[in-house]
Ligand binder design. Structure first.
Ligand code: HEC
Length: 104
């Protein structure tokens, strides 16, 4: 499973330097960490699902399903335990308000 993670992180860090956030308001605390793995560019080829611009309720549902299952995960299970619902809600809302940069 580490084999999936390392390249995904490398790709995501490369994308961090893109101007995807240029027009966005400041992300809430903890939201910047998501872009370390989740691409902000629609054209990015990555095994990590794209979450920018997704419905906030869907993001919340996934984040609450990860820690205990049934949603399978390599890393999100552990990661999602680090956020309370109150911390996650503004992050999910902010992510939902973002647009994936690049061309689809
Ligand atoms: C260390 C890399 C990493 C970070 C950081 C990360 N994710 Fe993920 N995320 C993944 C991977 C990999 C998956 C695919 C499921 C899995 O294997 O855990 C995923 C899946 C998801 C999904 C499910 C998407 C779907 O279509 O099923 C959501 C929602 C999500 N992440 C939200 C977040 C949020 C919100 C943050 C920031 C708080 C975040 N992730 C930070 C790696 C990461």
């Amino acid at each position: 499973m580490r084999a999936l993670f390392a390249p995904a992180v490398a790709v995501a860090f490369a994308l961090l330097s893109s101007a995807a956030f240029a027009a966005s308001p400041e992300p809430p605390g903890g939201a910047a960490a998501c872009s370390g793995c989740h691409a902000t560019n629609a054209a990015a080829e990555t095994p990590v699902p794209k979450i920018y611009g997704r419905n906030a309720d869907d993001i919340m549902a996934a984040m609450t399903a990860f820690p205990t299952g049934p949603k399978p995960s390599t890393g999100m299970g552990r990661l999602s335990k680090g956020y309370t619902d109150d911390e996650m809600k503004p992050i999910a809302a902010w992510l939902a308000a973002q647009k994936l940069g690049g061309t689809r």
